[in-house]
Design a protein around this ligand. Sequence first.
Ligand code: AHG
Ligand code: MN
Ligand code: MN
Length: 347
Amino acid sequence: MSSSLDAYLQSQAGSDPLRADVAETVRQLCLAAIKVRNTILSGGTGDTLAASREATNAGGDIQKELDVLADRVFEEAAKASPVVWYGSEEQEEPVAANPTGTLAIAIDPLDGSSNIDTNVSIGTIFSLFPVGEEGRANPHAAFLQPGTSQLAAGFFIYGPQLLLVLSVGNGTHVFIFSPAFGGFVEMRASVDIDPRAKEFAINASNYRHWEPQMRSYIDDCLAGVEGPRERDFNMRWIGSLVADCYRILVRGGVFLYPGDARKGYAKGRLRLLYEANPIAFCVEHAGGAATDGVTRILEIVPDGLHARTPLVFGGKREVERVARYMADPASLSERSPLFGKRSLFRA
Ligand code: AHG
Ligand code: MN
Ligand code: MN
């Protein structure tokens, strides 16, 4: 498959054998993504693909048919790549792929499962990093590296267009699958996120479960031009991380999935290794920022393959403002006494 993606991958790999392995792995992931896209197109978004299975995944989420199908397709792609360990949202333990490989992959084979039967964009999120000598024999050592160790990360979006958002550590670029061409071609080079956010993305139904600092931040966005922000905001929540992230890459904004008081949600819903880290890698290489509300995502050392983390990402200045609210809203100069604790959400 020769396409501007191929040319891009080769130009980034140069003569570095490890980067050549990254390029080959991305090529295999692309072939797998085309298979998943074709399954979705042929199976449509009807019941079959969205059918819940009796099983749950490591995170306790009910598995949909397409979750399992995508996991199988990407596991095969990993076994056709220089990948030693395949760590998937859909499998409790890492899967051994090629012992002579150089990489480990952490993957969310199907992101946005709740949208499968609603014909809303869904995706696949992946993170590639060096397996390391200790990690070669011991997968847990391989997967317990901070996100700064990533060599490449990205995500596919199965939507009106099949897109690949990719960073190999040198900017973040968008490629589109062209059926006529039979491969991926570059659509947006070097994405640059607007540092100011005009939109926020959060599941507002969880409002009553958030910490007061998070409620204050959202209250102030909702107060708009009459509030301490002195400007209006728009809100979007798609429920597919890949789609919300792509919108923010393209037109700015901030995404928040905080920890909350629900059982099992103290660290939010999203997983560090195969959702937050790859998203943070792409967002930072697009000039944005990604934290757990306060701490840079890429510096968090995971305590397991399925570790969860709160996630805030988007325009750099807005992510920094969220961190000030989370540190201590009372100290915020932006919150004049006039606004105090008034909230539009509380009756
Ligand atoms: P997954 O389908 O892989 O479990 O991911 C779903 C995630 C993410 O895509 C999205 O941002 C978030 O779950 C939505 O969570 P809520 O349903 O709680 O809003
Ligand atoms: Mn997901
Ligand atoms: Mn998933």
